[in-house]
Design a protein around this ligand. Structure first.
Ligand SMILES: NC(=O)c1ccc[n+]([C@@H]2O[C@H](COP(=O)([O-])OP(=O)(O)OC[C@H]3O[C@@H](n4cnc5c(N)ncnc54)[C@H](O)[C@@H]3O)[C@@H](O)[C@H]2O)c1
Length: 336
């Protein structure tokens, strides 16, 4: 089996690439290295079944060529991270909409199954206790940049489902809720690596807002097994699946957990959203997935609890910070 992974030098994509190579598959990665890093692929670079192409998914000639070399596509490339989205809304909208259009068009020409990575942001401000795939989307106004990410991912979902309905193409949408693990960077607003990195540098840990907002955090290893399961399950085609973990924690409690695991003496401070992101920034109170559909379709079950995952992330970020200091590249420390 030959898989193309767009965004394969990123956090989730690089774990997926390793998983598929270990299984004996052939993997082609395309990535423009905007938020991804070649170092994420160190373990498989040079493997005979692995190849990397630096390029933009909006380059249709490139994508058309890559589509002739594979049997299926995991489409993960996107502008990601609340910070990046708020700062670069044009880039976000263009990357997420145009990029997905091109990937789906090229895949359709060759009848390739495609898994499209979406996001729980699509659920928006919905008030359901646990978000189901068929719940209404409740997004904020277009004057707030953050909603451009949700809207662009919603268009991606519509498009993937439309290719299935109109052309019978095998497409499946995985709606990721917060996914965490080694290699994720905090630079663009990802909360766990940001907290861990702040704690390892001696604090303070900065909580945006009052900390009562809650999230659920899924282990990246569980998420990649889910997406491989979904692309390989014919009955999943033409459907949207929540992928995540349904164990909920407030961001305030998460900060305390990280502090206690790194150094219980560290300070935790609160920063208003207006200061952290943009004036009038709207955050979401709760975001927990209902996992019934993915459980029924592929027997998905999260395997690692938050404490175990945090231990692995602390180890990873500690190693990266130490390595940056050793090789005298202090500027690299900042991004985690
Ligand atoms: N990590 C999460 O918690 C989470 C949650 C919801 C959705 N997602 C989705 O999962 C996917 C992967 O996210 P991630 O967390 O691994 O982020 P990431 O930033 O590590 O990965 C995205 C990758 O896409 C690449 N990329 C961006 N624009 C590109 C372009 N135009 N052409 C080629 N490559 C490009 C980046 O360089 C990066 O390697 C994304 O689609 C994201 O929206 C992630």
């Amino acid at each position: 089996m030959r898989s193309l992974i767009t965004g394969g030098a990123g956090f989730i994509g690089s774990h997926l690439a390793e998983f598929l190579i270990e299984r004996g598959d052939e993997v082609v990665v395309v990535d423009d290295l905007s938020t991804g890093r070649l170092a994420n692929l160190d373990r498989i670079t040079g493997h005979p079944e692995f190849s990397f192409t630096e390029g933009d998914i909006r380059d249709e000639d490139l994508m058309a060529k890559l589509a002739t070399e594979v049997d299926r596509i995991f489409h993960l490339a996107a502008a990601v991270g609340v910070m990046l989205i708020v700062k670069r809304p044009v880039h976000t909208i263009e990357t997420n909409i145009q990029g997905t259009e091109i990937v789906l068009r090229c895949a359709a020409k060759h009848g390739l199954p495609v898994l499209v990575a979406s996001s729980s942001e699509v659920c928006g401000k919905g008030t359901g206790v646990a978000f189901e795939e068929e719940h209404d989307m409740v997004l904020g106004p277009t004057s707030r940049s953050r909603w451009s990410y949700a809207a662009s991912k919603a268009v991606d979902e519509f498009l993937a489902l439309a290719y299935h309905r109109e052309q019978g193409q095998r497409t499946v949408v995985a709606r990721f809720f917060n996914t965490i693990g080694p290699r994720q960077i905090g630079q663009y607003g990802m909360v766990v690596p940001r907290f861990v990195s702040q704690a390892l540098k001696g604090g303070p840990i900065t909580v945006f807002g009052d900390g009562t907002q809650s999230r659920s955090f899924a282990w990246v290893g569980d998420v990649i097994r889910a997406i491989v399961g979904l692309i390989e399950e014919p009955e999943a085609s033409g459907r949207v699946f929540n992928v995540g973990c349904d164990e909920e924690i407030t961001i305030g409690k998460l900060a305390e957990k990280v502090r206690d695991m790194v150094d219980p003496g560290l300070a935790i401070v609160h920063v208003p959203y207006d200061e952290a992101y943009e004036e009038g920034f709207e955050d979401l109170g709760r975001r927990v997935p209902d996992l019934t559909r993915v459980r029924e379709a592929i027997g998905y079950e999260p395997t690692l609890g938050l404490d175990e995952i945090l231990k692995l992330i602390i180890e990873d970020i500690r190693g990266r910070l130490d390595a940056s200091i050793r090789i005298d590249r202090p500027s690299d420390c900042g991004q985690w």
